[in-house]
Design a protein around this ligand. Structure first.
Ligand SMILES: Cc1ncc(COP(=O)(O)O)c(C=O)c1O
Length: 449
């Protein structure tokens, strides 16, 4: 069967995520036959360079033999078991290893299956911690503008990207929203550190005003990924940690997208040398193989739920596939690669190659900014470069880049008017150049009228 035949069958039964299905009257849907390394191959034999790690999950390439082999072995041993009352080898080993590699103090792992579910866990755990202490007035959360934490109703509530949130607003809990340190809006000549620091004043004020009723602050460290890859300086995290401690409010760090080396360090919060009260991980946790998510927290949180059953202090939260052994095995294989290979060192070279390959983009008449944190590089297209006036969203300029990329064999899926690279770590400098060339041509075509 060729692409066309698969697409016909697909479009008669599927409803794809984050998609206006009518787009597919014109936009090609690509059925993928197989993947190898950074390459995906469709049923007509055409190849696509996966420049966005298939929604930021893939770390070491598609069909990585080192991960596949371990998952295959696990498959013949134990595919799944209930995690309440039962346990298994991969999850115990994974928890020990996560404790060892995450910031000091995080000692308890609570598992879920997807990123959004990890956010729900962290929100509920934070709330119930205070509840268990008799602090029943603490029921609210502080979040940043332009943040994204997933799309289940709790996660959507603490997110702020209007495109995903607006429609569902009547269903969501009310949160306290504070202006983001997003450095795109800094004054000309103002450094990122100074702007980030200045933006922290809003957070300080919100904490001062609301700390009695706030359970936790939730942020994506360093990069607001779904919020158009907007970035900020680590100083914000240091200031936030100190302020949360001072005001008696938890800090939830959502490293679902930025964890596992994306920003240059294993975890983004390493750059501020801080430990959150709750650390949410998913996506790259399994190298992009299987859904798995985890919330790491401290012993003091765990102990506040630990009591006789009759006190009703237990955390009675569960998902059927929590801690699936196949997914845990994929996660262990992923951690093995980090241990055996100099991944972060190699990534520094790749990050440099991304920087070099896109150095000329800043001179493009419709590029306002090229920004980067490690293995995430974003190019912001604008209508007017001097005023940073965006193109109206209705013009869908990013989509034009996407469509051009597909014709040239690249999977670049811009966020609005922001084209970005977030490739698997097995990409080569030559492939980075190839991606940059396609992005450049795509941006030229998308901005020529
Ligand atoms: C920062 C962040 N948090 C949470 C999520 C939600 O994860 P999932 O899509 O697995 O529910 C995402 C997904 O893109 C994300 O980028």
């Amino acid at each position: 069967m060729n692409n066309q035949q698969w697409v016909k069958r697909d479009l008669s039964v599927l409803w794809h995520p984050c998609t206006q299905m009518k787009d597919h009257e014109n936009l090609p849907l690509i059925p993928i036959r197989r993947g190898k390394g950074v390459w995906l191959e469709d049923f007509n034999g055409k190849q696509y360079l996966d420049g966005i790690s298939s929604w930021w999950v893939n770390l070491f390439g598609h069909a990585n033999p080192r991960i596949s082999e371990k998952v295959k072995n696990q498959l013949d041993t134990l595919e799944h078991v209930i995690l309440a009352g039962f346990s298994h080898e991969p999850i115990i080993e994974l928890s020990e290893r996560l404790k060892a590699i995450t910031p000091e103090g995080l000692s308890r792992c609570f598992y879920a299956d997807i990123g959004s579910a990890a956010i729900e866990v962290a929100l509920k755990m934070s709330y119930q911690y205070w509840y268990n202490q008799g602090r029943t007035k603490k029921t609210r959360f502080i979040t940043l503008t332009n943040s994204y934490h997933g799309e289940t109703l709790g996660a959507l509530s603490v997110g702020n990207v209007a495109l995903y949130k607006e429609t569902y607003k009547p269903l969501l809990m009310e949160v306290i929203t504070v202006p983001s340190p997003d450095c795109f809006y800094r004054e000309t000549g103002e450094s990122e550190v100074v702007y980030t620091q200045r933006q922290f004043n809003h957070m300080e004020a919100a904490l001062g005003r609301h700390h009695e009723e706030v359970c936790a602050v939730i942020v994506e460290p360093l990069v607001q990924c779904a919020g158009n890859m907007r970035m900020y300086d680590p100083i914000y995290l240091s200031l936030l940690r100190e302020a949360c401690d001072r005001y008696g409010v938890h800090l939830i760090l959502d490293e679902i997208a930025v964890g596992f080396g994306r920003t240059g360090t294993l975890f983004a919060c390493n750059q501020a040398n801080i430990t959150p009260d709750f650390l949410c991980l998913s996506k790259g946790l399994t190298g992009g193989y299987l859904p798995l998510a985890v919330v790491l927290t401290h012993e003091y949180i765990y102990q506040s739920f630990y009591d006789d059953y009759g006190t009703l202090k237990a955390f009675l939260h569960s998902h059927s596939y929590t801690g699936n052994p196949l997914a845990c095995r994929a996660a262990l294989a992923t951690l093995d690669i980090f241990k055996e290979d100099p991944i972060l060192e190699n990534n520094q070279k790749l990050a440099k190659a991304m920087k070099t390959a896109t150095a000329h983009f800043v001179d493009h008449p419709h590029v306002a900014e090229v920004r980067q944190h490690g293995m995430i590089l974003a190019i912001e297209m604008v209508k007017d470069k001097t005023t940073k006036t965006p193109y109206p969203w209705q013009e869908r300029r990013g989509l034009r880049v996407y469509e051009y990329g597909l014709t040239q064999g690249a999977l670049l899926r811009p966020l609005g008017n922001v084209v970005y690279f977030m490739p698997p770590y097995v990409i080569t400098p030559e492939e980075i150049e190839q991606l940059a060339k396609i992005a450049w041509e795509g941006i030229n075509r998308a901005t020529c009228d």
